[in-house]
Design a protein around this ligand. Structure first.
Ligand SMILES: Nc1ncnc2c1ncn2[C@@H]1O[C@H](COP(=O)(O)OP(=O)(O)OP(=O)(O)O)[C@@H](O)[C@H]1O
Ligand SMILES: [Mg+2]
Length: 268
């Protein structure tokens, strides 16, 4: 695997979490009272209501919940794609909720790999160019190395043979795999994946899950929204969203997951 061990957060300015710092699994992600209210023609709509959450480094967390329960909104808050109406979002020692748009883009490019629910590949770039884009944006690696790394990532998701095609020329499931490769381009410590297996057949979904498990074993932290309860049950921890509220979560031991034991994660 070409992925490096994840960068570890500094131990300086992260405020203590609701459940206190833990010696072995300091929170990588910490949400305090996060509320998101959308203003709609029908009036205010609360997509997230007072979310308190900590995710330790090296955690593999699945978020489940019905359509409309707030899974994508939660991911958008952590990635800084959207801002909370109230509350705080910390990733390592970065107050994501406070960053300016410019700083957000740079921070996100290096720290967070996002697999969007609807892929969001750039249609005018080839597959390999899409995977190189985060490296180009953040000036990571030399231009020649970027292509080599992008091809290696495409091999990881079995898409190398499609490298020179445009996204329109590959299937939805193939686009999803390219989006996963792109999310890993800058070797981010945190991967946020929104329905990463939603368009995949079960064999390919298993392969993506296995890739995520290897990433977690290599020190990455993964938060994955999914409708697939079998996959969710195999993550280390499962969060359940109902109408924008976390109604409970569990730390699940797993027979098939390499990586740190479920006890390293603590429900908030
Ligand atoms: N920009 C917006 N304006 C108004 N309402 C929104 C906006 N974005 C999301 N919502 C609403 O917030 C709620 C949560 O949406 P979200 O996309 O987070 O759900 P989800 O759990 O990801 O659903 P799915 O499983 O269908 O992807 C939904 O009722 C949605 O309609
Ligand atoms: Mg969604």
């Amino acid at each position: 695997m070409i992925l490096n061990r994840s960068r570890r957060g500094s131990a300086t300015t992260m405020p203590p979490g609701p459940s206190g710092d833990r010696a072995l699994a300091r929170p990588l992600v910490s949400l305090r009272g996060v509320t998101k209210c959308f203003v709609t023609p029908a009036g205010p709509f609360y997509a997230l209501r007072g979310i308190d959450l900590e995710i330790g480094q090296g955690g593999f967390v699945a978020v489940v919940g019905k359509s409309g329960s707030g899974k994508s909104t939660l991911i958008n808050m952590i990635a800084g794609i959207d801002r909370p109406t109230e509350g705080e979002v910390w990733v390592q020692d970065t107050p994501v909720h406070k960053l300016s748009e410019n700083r957000l883009a740079r921070w996100r490019g290096r720290t967070v790999g996002v697999v969007f629910q609807f892929f969001q590949l750039l249609p005018t770039l080839t597959v390999v160019e899409n995977v190189m884009l985060p490296m180009d944006f953040c000036h990571v690696h030399s231009p020649a190395e970027r292509r080599t790394r992008a091809m290696a990532l495409l091999s990881e998701v079995e898409m190398a043979e499609h490298a020179d095609k445009l996204p329109v020329a590959i299937s939805g499931g193939e686009q999803q795999r390219v989006a996963i490769a792109r999310a890993l381009a800058n070797d981010p410590p945190l991967v946020l994946a929104d329905e990463p297996t939603g368009n995949l057949d079960s064999k390919t979904a298993q392969a993506v899950f296995a890739l995520f498990a290897r990433l977690v074993a290599a020190g990455k932290t993964i938060l994955m929204a999914t409708h697939d309860l079998d996959l969710a049950a195999r993550a280390q921890r499962r969060l359940i969203l109902v109408d924008g509220e976390l109604v409970g979560g569990s730390s699940l031991a797993t027979v098939s997951m390499p990586g740190p034991p479920a006890a390293a994660e603590t429900a908030s």
